[in-house]
Design a protein around this ligand. Structure first.
Ligand SMILES: NC(=O)C1=CN([C@@H]2O[C@H](COP(=O)(O)OP(=O)(O)OC[C@H]3O[C@@H](n4cnc5c(N)ncnc54)[C@H](O)[C@@H]3O)[C@@H](O)[C@H]2O)[C@H](O)CC1
Ligand SMILES: [K+]
Length: 499
């Protein structure tokens, strides 16, 4: 699913209005109806509703929602925050219609702001995509009052005061909603880790904007949906055999961190790889053979770490259809030497994670040795070591895009809504996963999944989008079974289902 900029969304509205065609006031009615349907499916009439409206079209939506909910016999009180002398045309239209059936309270001064009580619902329709500057004055006071109230807060389209695709300045006053119900497409701001407080749980509702226009509008940002992922997954041929699904090599583990190797290996096998060889330090040989009998094990000459020595009996790297390196390997000099040799000799895209990334960050000449189209899976700290500190989520997205494009890598920046940057400059945000997955070993599981997909012949971008989605989906299933708090990395592997 595409994520459009504010400017593109405005053009999309305009295009829909002209080409459907539909009168702007009717498009607003559709938006209000979609919000109302969402609302009435979740909240019953016992909860009083206070709707706070601005003077633009977001406020117009609020007035229309107030009318629709009043007609459904919800207990509604509507407020108009009078922060400017001018109202939009569609605001005025909906204002006239609402006035016929109910009263409206105007907020001009702080003393006009009502006390919002527990069990009430506050609907925020003060400012939407038209936000052009930081909030101030009476708008700021109303936002503060809503934020300090015990009510459930629901933002219409976007929290008032939050910019949809650019950074907010420090000390901005922004609604902190429990829910955001947005029109038609997600906004970039909803996917940024530091803005979660200003988004809450977000939902999007279809308001019938032009599909044709969305299809031909260029964007570099995408949000992965289940429907898209279904198209990526390749069905298995009845006559296939284990040779059809590739042979993966994982280089993992060190003394005290063999668990990472086991997690990656098990996830790799659960993700459909045909054959798996795992290279581990000698201390890990029995551990791996016992816990992952399905894998072949190739012990390193070193007892405690991967050193790549001796490699006399090791098969040629070209034997393998995919190579994953990093989980649990540590950063010893011998391991650095092993990584240096591996990167120089590898011909195909690899999966590079954890300490392999840390070694590369400290030895930057290695960046040029990484095969093109390799997948790197840093968490934010690792990515910062690889690049630089960022000043905002949007700054980080720029660094991410440039790094992936310049080096021709696929970079999977892990977190809530993991961002996958590709060599062609696009960024895909993931839609699955939950906070229960913020626990040791989940990244190792992802490395195993991605290595298995590459081994099966998936293109690295497809592998990253599909693998990250299924990793999150398995995490969601695991959380459903045992709750987020008790979730462990191996539960994710056990919950993988590729159909
Ligand atoms: N996207 C859609 O398909 C539809 C969106 N709708 C809704 O319309 C709003 C956008 O409406 P717009 O009138 O353009 O802007 P706002 O209501 O957000 O703002 C009004 C007005 O306020 C001024 N302003 C900007 N910043 C500030 C500030 N910090 N303080 C005070 N005033 C400010 C500025 O002049 C704005 O023009 C969208 O979000 C949807 O909710 C349609 O209803 C249906 C289709
Ligand atoms: K709003």
């Amino acid at each position: 699913m595409k994520i459009l900029s504010v400017e593109q969304t405005r053009t999309l509205d305009q295009y829909t209005i002209e080409h459907e065609p539909i009168a702007p006031i009717n498009l607003m009615e559709r938006a209000a109806q979609a919000f109302t349907d969402w609302y009435t499916a979740r909240f019953d009439k016992s909860r009083p509703v206070r709707i706070f409206c601005g003077l633009g079209n977001n406020g117009g939506d609020g007035l229309a929602i107030a009318r629709l909910l009043t007609q459904l016999e919800y207990s509604v009180q509507t407020y108009v925050v009078r922060y400017a002398p001018r109202e939009s045309e569609d605001f005025m239209h909906n204002h006239r219609r609402l006035k016929l059936i109910s009263s409206i309270t105007y907020i001009e001064n702080e003393r006009d702001i009502p006390v919002i009580r527990n069990r009430e619902v506050a609907i925020d329709a003060i400012l939407g995509l038209g936000l052009s500057r930081t909030t101030e004055g009476i708008v700021q006071s109303v936002i503060d009052a809503i934020n300090h109230s015990p009510a459930t807060v629901i933002a219409v389209d976007i929290a008032s005061g939050l910019f949809a695709d650019t950074a907010n300045g420090p000390n901005s006053t922004i609604i902190q909603p429990d829910y955001t119900v947005t029109f038609h497409l997600p906004k970039l701001a909803f996917l940024q880790p530091t803005l979660g407080l200003y988004v809450g749980e977000w939902h999007w509702v279809d308001i019938g904007l032009s599909r044709a226009f969305i299809e031909r509008t260029p964007t570099t940002y995408f949000y992965t949906t289940e429907k898209e992922v279904r198209h990526l997954l390749r069905p298995r041929n009845r006559f296939s055999h284990k040779g059809s699904f590739g042979h993966a090599l994982l280089l993992v583990g060190s003394y005290g961190k063999m668990g990472a190797g086991v997690l990656a290996s098990r996830a790799c096998l659960r993700s459909g790889v045909g054959l798996l060889t795992v290279q581990v330090p000698r201390c890990g040989y029995e551990i791996l053979q016992t816990t992952v009998p399905e894998a072949m094990c190739q012990p390193d000459g070193h007892l405690h770490i991967l050193s790549g020595q001796p490699d006399l009996e090791a098969p040629e790297l070209s034997t393998y259809s995919a190579i994953g390196v990093g989980p649990g390997i540590g950063t010893a000099p011998e391991t650095l030497a092993m990584l240096r040799k591996l990167l120089s000799e590898a011909q195909k895209p690899m999966v590079i994670d954890a300490d392999a990334i840390n070694l590369i960050a400290k030895n930057r000449d290695l960046i040029d040795k990484i095969p093109k189209n390799s997948i790197l899976t840093p968490h934010p700290k690792e990515f910062e070591r690889l690049t630089r500190r960022w000043t905002s989520d949007y700054d980080k997205l720029g660094i991410l895009r440039d790094f992936a494009q310049r080096n021709r890598f696929v970079v999977v920046l892990k977190g809530a809504h993991t961002a996958i940057a590709t060599p062609d400059g696009t960024t895909h945000f993931n839609s699955t996963g939950n906070p229960g997955m913020s626990t040791g070993g989940t990244g190792d599981v992802l490395t195993g999944i991605l290595t298995a997909l590459i081994a099966q012949g998936y293109d690295p971008v497809e592998a990253a989008v599909l693998g990250v989605f299924e990793h999150g989906r398995a995490g969601d299933r695991a959380a459903q079974n045992r709750g987020q708090i008790g979730l462990m990395a191996s539960d994710i592997t056990d919950s993988l289902r590729w159909d």
